[in-house]
Write a protein that binds this ligand. Sequence first.
Ligand code: DHB
Length: 313
Amino acid sequence: MSEVSVSTNISGIELKSCLYNASGPLCTTVEHLNDLGLSHSAAILSKSSTLKEHKGNPSPRYFENELGSINSMGLPNKGYLYYDSLASSLLKYEKPYFVSVSGFSLEENLCIIKKLNENKEVTAIELNLSCPNVPGKPQTGYDFQQVKLVLEEVFKINKKTLGVKLPPYFDLIHFYSMADILNEYPLSFVTCINSIGNGLVIDVETESVVIKPKNGFGGIGGDYIKPTALANVRKFRELLKKEISVIGCGGIKTGMDAFEHILCGADAVQIGTQFMREGINCFERIESELKELMQSKGYKTLNEFKGNIKLIH
Ligand code: DHB
């Protein structure tokens, strides 16, 4: 198997494998980030950060079943200065360090991005345009004019490798409109998708919702969302200029799931719900399953099948 490689790069950032963590689970504290450093995760991606430390929504705020997860964490995080200051101590792991940014306003985002730009030890920024869990705040990614305004202002100040995390889209016109906007900016990558926002999971025995915030509404992850994730990866790969890498996220728990994302055009993939469930061992397991699948198909590199999904004529 040693001749099979799952290395990749995201707009010039080299990754030893195509698998790393999604922002959200187990990436909030220094302990979490060190665990990711020691693991087979190809990069370390932080929890979405805000200007100030934030406790998030009341518990219970995360629930999983065999099909996936629902969460309404509400952005619990240590504040961006914490993730900024940890960068130097994470260098020893010799893997890229991405900081996720999800300020409560455009001004917050600009302030955070400005500061992170001064830190050479932060490899890249993932600007989150899709948090569904702040009561009273819409997901930026569904307000197309706002996305344009945000990117216009961000790229006045940003010189760093920067990508955006998008919510899922469900209508072709939305893919076209969003891709037209994204293609106007020097984005390095687009991550598809965040959780499907404002789902509802119910416990029949207790006849109750399973999380407390927003009367039980929260972002859905896991198996539930893989087909939506694949469609978003596939469509954005088709529509975005080639300089923008596409990172797949949604429903990856096996090597086969990762293979499907790459077949749809993903340059790398992130693991969320399954990482929360299984812990850091998921990266090594999924990597070896992916390599085994590639081996059985005669592929030695990701480029031999990336984006090559076949259609029925
Ligand atoms: C949270 C959830 C998200 O889906 C996200 O993108 C950012 C933050 C949260 O609830 O903490």
